[in-house]
Design a protein around this ligand. Structure first.
Ligand code: ADP
Length: 225
């Protein structure tokens, strides 16, 4: 088996506007992300980054092209198989944290593990480990409302990694934060990703953040270059 974690091959996607016109968002876009590789996806707003990440994470289907994750081609698989793969192999991070307000930081990282049949003790231990990695060991029992935006986002990173995915997909993960916080929070993300050896495709329009990754891809006219 190849060591590639994500292969997108010839992905095209258009959205229809009214009866006749359509916008071609992706046009024969291809990329391969190897094990442990961090790839930046750089493009201006509206270029199709979210569309590409949703297709890569099996949340959306392309009009044509193939999506392979850990050697398995999911292009023609049932919704059930795609959902199982998404739960097991893919972690998502969005611009907004989407943490559950009524639960603590620790619980937000424990819950997805319990849903994945991990024991409470083991889930707690791993959640504490992840919080320690992003410098939030002392905030385990705090609810999201008691944390700053940067702290909330760091907890969201831990939650995305809770079930040890092979692939992390992030859509402007620090886009909601002020520049100095953004820098620190991004550093925490890099520590987590490098520490766990997972592969990541991270959309950003910040060239300085992109430069800290292994490789940068630009989305231009629907293609990855
Ligand atoms: P980005 O993440 O780079 O900002 P998106 O992938 O969100 O870009 O969007 C790319 C283009 O596709 C935009 O022009 C957007 O308006 C359009 N688009 C995205 N989702 C839909 C949809 N569900 N229906 C129609 N147009 C859409």
């Amino acid at each position: 088996m190849s060591d590639d974690v994500l292969i997108l091959k010839g992905i095209s996607k258009a959205y229809h506007k009214g009866k006749e016109s359509q916008i071609k968002v992706l046009d024969d876009a291809s990329v391969t992300v190897g094990r442990g590789e961090l790839v930046a996806l750089v493009a201006p707003s509206g270029a199709g980054k979210s569309t590409l990440l949703h297709i890569a994470g099996l949340l959306d289907t392309p009009d044509s092209g193939r999506v392979t994750i850990k050697g398995q081609d999911y292009s023609d698989k049932s919704d059930r198989r795609r959902t199982a793969a998404r739960r097991q192999d893919v972690g998502f991070i969005y611009q907004f944290h989407h943490l559950l307000a009524e639960f603590t930081a620790l619980e937000n990282i424990v819950l997805p593990q319990l849903a994945n049949c991990v024991s409470r003790n083991e889930a707690d231990e791993y959640a504490r480990h992840l919080l320690g990695e992003v410098g939030l060991a002392s905030r385990a029992d705090h609810r999201p409302a008691e944390m700053s935006g940067g702290e909330q986002q760091r907890v969201a990173f831990c939650r995305a990694l809770a079930n040890r995915p092979a692939l992390l997909l992030a859509d402007e993960p620090t886009g909601n934060l002020d520049p100095s916080t953004s820098d620190q929070v991004f550093e925490a993300l890099m520590t987590l990703v490098r520490g766990s050896g997972l592969s990541a495709l991270i959309a950003t329009h910040n060239p300085e953040l992109a430069a800290r990754m292994d490789r940068t891809l630009h989305l231009e006219n629907g293609r990855l270059v």
